[in-house]
Design a protein around this ligand. Structure first.
Ligand SMILES: Cc1ncc(COP(=O)(O)O)c(C=O)c1O
Length: 506
């Protein structure tokens, strides 16, 4: 199975800019999965991804005359920074065409590396066409992000390093993120030439599965739309050369969801305290899927952690979805009787389980519908047991854990005005967050007064924060206030808050 790429990769020039990244054991994940998992730390490269390997190798192979005229590429992401840095090292000009919608922080990163930024069009396809035009007009060399033998060979040096760092006959499989296919093609061509028994498994997001679809069709296909959560691999059409190499050397492609990527980001964080970008967690998500399918133990798997250019403002979403992706949270809609004390009784049925979310608004009907999040430690099995427990206790339940609309929107929309509700008072409460704290809080509030609104979301902070509406007849106002003071919970009354009148009050 020897490949002409073997020699190209051995001769590739990348170490003027790239480091030989460590291959590190991931002890926690390995323990959890019952297999040895090693991380190839490409997130530690200058500019935080492997892309500079291919870009530099391509640029290093240009003749002095051609190089002196300069290079150009189209990219809003890691390739842009890879090309800018590689050109700077070779001391030649670089033009980077980016869509006009590119965040300022990425534009600035390229400028800081000395690249000339040209903003053009609304998306990558436009930027790509424009870059080709500028390349012709200014006699610049176009540096393709993946479909080029020198780029592929540059990325292939990762395979060469892995086999230097770990004996080939100890490795069972290498998991490789795929966008246009340059990384997978290079690593696979090298590794399969020397150790054909090592499985090469590509990993793509379900909504950007260009290589998966192409291999299935036996020819390159263009995706109509691609999901951009894992922006590093959001490619509509894989390369011609990369397709051929993947067809020859990649054993299979696994597809993963965005939630599974979020869980993968958390897994990596828990092992080495780094936050990778979504594409950077593809391989770990793939390893978990593979082990779940095969039920294997004691094997050695390598995850190429390919990048860490994470937008800070994505972190909130990632943390929110990681629990669901790892089957660590179930979301259910439950109907309980609309009467005093039924809230507390419901929480007692949940027992020791940790409640992660609780949303409810009085709707003036005989039944109350509540939106509940529950922490899970044993995944899907436990989720099914939870639904059974609630059903057996007589509560109608709808499992919403896989319901995209519930997860994205409805959880934030529960509530609103309650019509015809009298004497409602609104309070914000705080209590130290620990297991069982919510149940204790509900016990303390007691069942004398009717709870008419409840919003609680455990976001991993030190204090649990609850917004609660309580129906208090005017003659009981004093008694209620006295009761609250005796509870020793920190609280603020919000009945007079204008937001309450605008969006919640009756
Ligand atoms: C972080 C990251 N991972 C994976 C890829 C995919 O690489 P390829 O297009 O060679 O498949 C990219 C491409 O830019 C990337 O930036």
């Amino acid at each position: 199975m020897s490949s002409p790429y073997l020699e190209r990769i051995l001769k590739a020039r990348v170490y003027d800019v790239a480091i030989e990244s460590p291959l590190e054991l991931a002890p926690r994940l390995s323990r959890r999965l019952g297999n040895t998992v090693l991380f190839k730390r490409e997130d530690l490269q200058p500019v935080f991804s492997f892309k500079l390997r291919g870009a530099y190798n391509r640029i290093a192979h240009l003749s002095a005359t051609v190089a002196a005229r300069g290079v150009i590429c189209a990219s809003a992401g890691n390739h842009a920074q890879g090309v800018a840095l590689a050109a700077k090292r070779r001391g030649i000009p670089a033009v980077i065409v980016m869509p006009q919608t590119t965040p300022q922080i990425k534009v600035q990163a390229v400028r800081d590396l000395g690249g000339e930024v040209v903003l053009s069009g609304d998306d990558y396809d436009h930027a790509y066409d424009h870059a080709l035009e500028v390349a012709r007009a200014r006699s610049l060399t176009f540096i393709h992000p993946f479909d080029d033998p020198d780029v592929i060979a540059g990325q292939g040096t990762i395979g060469m390093e892995i086999l230097r760092q770990r004996a080939g006959d100890e490795i069972d499989a290498i998991f490789i993120p795929i966008g246009g296919g340059g990384l997978a093609a290079g690593v696979a061509a090298y590794v399969k030439s020397l150790f054909p028994k090592i499985r090469i498994i590509g990993v793509e997001p379900e909504d950007a599965a260009g290589m998966y679809e192409s291999l299935k069709a036996g020819k390159r296909v263009s995706l109509e739309r691609v999901g951009i959560f894992a922006d590093g691999v959001a490619v509509r059409r894989v390369g011609e050369e990369t397709f051929k190499l993947c067809q020859q050397y990649v054993d299979e492609i696994l597809l993963v969801t965005s939630d599974e990527l979020c869980a993968g980001i958390q897994d990596i964080f828990e092992d080495n305290r780094t936050v990778v970008e979504p594409a950077g967690a593809l391989a770990v998500a793939g390893i978990k899927k593979y082990i779940a399918r095969e039920g294997c133990t004691g094997r050695t798997f390598i995850s190429i952690n390919c990048g860490a250019n994470m937008n800070f403002d994505r972190l909130r979403y990632v943390a929110e979805r990681a629990q669901l992706g790892a089957q660590r949270e179930a979301l259910v809609a439950v109907e309980i009787p609309e009467q005093k004390g039924s809230f507390l009784r419901f929480c007692e049925v949940l027992g020791k389980r940790s409640v992660t979310e609780f949303n409810y608004r009085h709707a003036g009907e005989s039944a109350a519908r509540i939106f509940v999040g529950v922490g899970l430690s044993e995944g899907r099995k436990e989720r099914e047991a939870l639904v059974r427990t609630l059903t057996e206790a007589g509560y109608p339940v709808v499992d919403m854990t896989d319901n995209e609309m519930a997860k994205l929107h409805v959880r934030y929309m529960v509530g609103g005005h309650s019509h015809g509700l009298e004497h409602e008072r609104l309070f914000r409460f705080e209590f130290p967050e620990r297991p069982g704290a919510l149940l204790k809080f509900l016990h303390a509030i007691g069942t004398t007064w009717n709870i008419t609104l409840f919003h609680y979301r455990n976001q991993g902070s030190d204090y649990g924060r609850v917004l609660a509406g309580v129906q208090v007849p005017p003659q009981e106002n004093e008694e209620f206030t006295q009761h609250l003071k005796e509870l020793k919970y920190v609280f603020t009354e919000e009945t007079a808050n204008p937001v309450y009148r605008l969006f919640l009050g009756s």
